[in-house]
Design a protein around this ligand. Sequence first.
Ligand SMILES: NC(=O)c1ccc[n+]([C@@H]2O[C@H](COP(=O)([O-])OP(=O)(O)OC[C@H]3O[C@@H](n4cnc5c(N)ncnc54)[C@H](O)[C@@H]3O)[C@@H](O)[C@H]2O)c1
Length: 331
Amino acid sequence: MTDLASLVNGKRILITGGLGMIGSTLAQKLVPLGAKVTLVDACIDPYGANLFNIENIRSQLTVNIADIRDKEAMKWLVRGQDIIFNLAGQVSHNDSIENPFLDADINYLGHLNVVENMRKFNPRAVVVFSGSRLQFGRIEYNPVDEKHPLNPRTPYALNKTAAENLYKFYFEMHEIPCVVFRIANPYGPRSQMKHSKYCMINWFLRLAMENKTISIFGDGEQMRDYIYVEDLADALLLAAVTPACHGEIFNVGSGTGARFKEMVEILVDIVGQGKVQSVPWPKDYVNVETGDYITNITKLQKTIDWKPRVDLRTGIQQTFDYYQRHRAQYW
Ligand SMILES: NC(=O)c1ccc[n+]([C@@H]2O[C@H](COP(=O)([O-])OP(=O)(O)OC[C@H]3O[C@@H](n4cnc5c(N)ncnc54)[C@H](O)[C@@H]3O)[C@@H](O)[C@H]2O)c1
């Protein structure tokens, strides 16, 4: 087993988007391991920044409210870091259709600003990028491996793909060690619970906790790969400290598919309330629907000592327990 503590103890680690779900979960793992963590977050609505996500470790890390698009701020923030998890992002693929400029501004130009400042001021740091399964567009075969064609169908997926190529370029041209991930559907504690723009399981959990109606599009047979955020953070962390991952692209998910209606059934069963109805696919969803998606995690598992530990039922139960305890901080 990889001894993470010996690899990150005393290391300086920057996490952009650090007050959001994935970034704060990483911070929760890194601080007890002795890493010197700095979080950068612009706290832009409607994304998931929440200081409560790190309240228990607030005195053991640095929080810097800054935007990854800010050239002066990032020039200083990248310096001296050993690892940069560059997770800041506009996360809603539907919003990217409404506001493609904002998406390009954050998800492409913001990321360019970080890596370009790394090139000038800290080219030896490792940088980790969080792309999306949506980059694949309509799925041609399952499980989806890294060789599956990329056919981005929204500005979000397009800009994530452009950013992925940007990281590849900086690796090949400037030898900046990068690790690129294409993430399936993450869920779990510390996600925003205010809207349904992303993290569907979390939103459905809220509806069930309020005994409201959950709408299933179509027959509910669509297959998705839901990955618990703790498992996802472990993969990101291990890849960052594994030299064989640098310059590589990985698909990351649970490696297991679950039907949409099956996920909803588990959720309603765990919460003990919530109504379910089937509705026709809304037009704006039909246009971006990808078809069934299951991640092929073989390449990742060959490269790092990692396996998803939390199955869907356990993950939803743990997420429910978390929001029952801390509902006031997220509603
Ligand atoms: N949640 C998902 O469904 C999903 C799936 C695949 C990939 N990702 C990617 O993972 C990353 C983290 O997402 P998350 O799930 O933790 O979402 P999140 O909304 O919880 O976190 C994103 C964070 O980025 C911050 N942010 C946004 N724009 C910023 C900017 N310009 N400068 C600094 N901070 C900024 C937000 O304030 C927020 O705290 C994102 O890049 C996202 O695109 C997420």
